[in-house]
Design a protein around this ligand. Sequence first.
Ligand code: SF4
Ligand code: SF4
Length: 442
Amino acid sequence: MFKTNSFRGGTHPPEDKSRTEHLPIENVPIPEKILIPLQQHIGAPAEPVVEKGAGVKTGQVIAKSNGFISIPAHATCSGTVTAVDLFTHPLGNRMLAIEIENDGKDEWEQKQSRALSIRSLKKDEMLKRIQEAGIAGMGGAAFPTHVKLSPPEDKPVDIILLNGAECEPCLTADHRLMLEQPDLIIQGMRIMMKILGVKTGIIGIERNKPDAIDTITERVRKVKSIRVLPLKVKYPQGAEKQLIKAATGREVPCGGLPMDVGCLVHNVGTALAVAEAVSVKKPLIERIVTVTGNGIAKPKNCRVRIGTSFRHIIEFCGGYTANASKLISGGPMMGIAQVTDAVPVIKGTSGILVLDRKQAFLRKENPCIGCARCVDVCPMNLVPNRIAAFVEYQKIDKARRLGLIDCIECGSCSYICPAKRNLVHYIKLGKAVWNKTQKKAQ
Ligand code: SF4
Ligand code: SF4
């Protein structure tokens, strides 16, 4: 029925998942202080509705959504607001956040309602619950889920893809979630299919997770509209456009969106959050994070409250090893280096990676030797060496004409480059400069 093509380009970095792939998820105790950034999603930041000194309960809205492309933020513990101020964000800059001192009671604002059958709910009510729960894509992109589930009428969607590829090396959070909570993931997918009136659901899982493939396949055996698609192990198999190409043979045009080819892609963690929001009105206050790398004493898969500091989670995992050197939010290919472990987990944080000295200082940049390996591996058919060179020499418009904006920042080009050129760094820089000029022009 479907083509099972792969996609052009891509790389095969070491998977490095063995430290945590067999470890069940552990609950991290709620820390003494929680820090909730108001920008955890693409779109307008949430607007605070509490002030310093206010008492809050778990699940209470502490910042309301600010327009359609925005989501609210919730208290993830009960206690007292101790600051509404600028704090260091895991994306690098300082942003407004709400700090809560935990009272140790974890008192919820409202008791979880009884689970509802999705048959009894209308589309609008389900979308409202998803928005009110503050759900943004949990694979990292963090686009508000209710917006993604409201495509314009001229872009009909006929396939929903659930992304269980988890192609980023070292990370195993999605893998464990598929093994430990498969029914909720499938329920979330069925809700999203019902909202869009879609008759076909595909759950893509890389072949290096045979236990997850078996578990989910068994659960959907009697569901005609959903099937599991084992995927080739190749990075970045879990990127939206590459997943769509591999699963359906459809190609999202340059500058286009999955809905342009009738598809929507959601992460398995997002599906689980949707199920909890719609069936029991649970807001998104926690997520699974893989804590791993040679710099971590006891790597684990952790369930943490949003707003918990990296430091607290690392302490739960036995602390740093003696040669710990570099802290990264996310995985080694797409992650973002951190200057402090005081930053909080946000809705899109899938991993905390700590490299040792040997791993952290492998990259000494040399001049490009024109080998074109970066061009061979680019899954977006770009010429990374030339785009990066234009950015380096501040010719941003020329870089844009070569596809700067189409780059999905997968890092395959930097990974493969024998000269250790930090190509994706230049590309990210070029995008930031381009976006700034666009904003100014507007
Ligand atoms: S140019 Fe962008 S999309 Fe292409 S390999 Fe590099 S990071 Fe990935
Ligand atoms: S892979 Fe590195 S050395 Fe080779 S062309 Fe690309 S940037 Fe240059």
